[in-house]
Write a protein of this length. Structure first.
Length: 113
């Protein structure tokens, strides 16, 4: 059974930073790519960043250069460091095992202007 638990969300001012964590249970983490998605109010869920098991990363154009995705396979934990936050980064951020139905419960990020 796979469990994904996000943490680290909260309220930040524009230009500030937050770091999200996703702790995974089960053996699926080390062998799979992982991803962060977000969903803003009234909008569809969108991919923010993805990282393969070996550390190759991709980013959405809207966050490239500001966000950094990383993972610690020994701790079965994935991170998202978010710098230079903008109000449009506001939303619920979800952790996902790539191309699977495994999702975390989400963590709220709110960026004030």
């Amino acid at each position: 059974q796979v469990q994904l638990v996000e943490s680290g969300g909260g309220l930040a001012q524009a230009g500030g930073s937050l770091r999200l964590s996703c702790a995974a249970s089960g053996s699926i983490f080390r062998l799979n790519a992982m991803a962060w998605y977000r969903q803003a109010p009234g909008k569809q869920r969108e991919l923010v960043a993805r990282i393969t098991s070996s550390g190759t990363t991709i980013y959405a154009d809207s966050v490239r250069g500001r966000f950094t995705i990383s993972r610690d396979n020994a701790k079965s934990t994935m991170y998202l460091l978010m710098n230079s936050l903008k109000p449009e980064d506001t939303g619920v951020y979800y952790c996902n095992v790539w191309s699977s139905g495994f999702w975390g419960q989400g963590t709220q990020v709110t960026v004030s202007s």
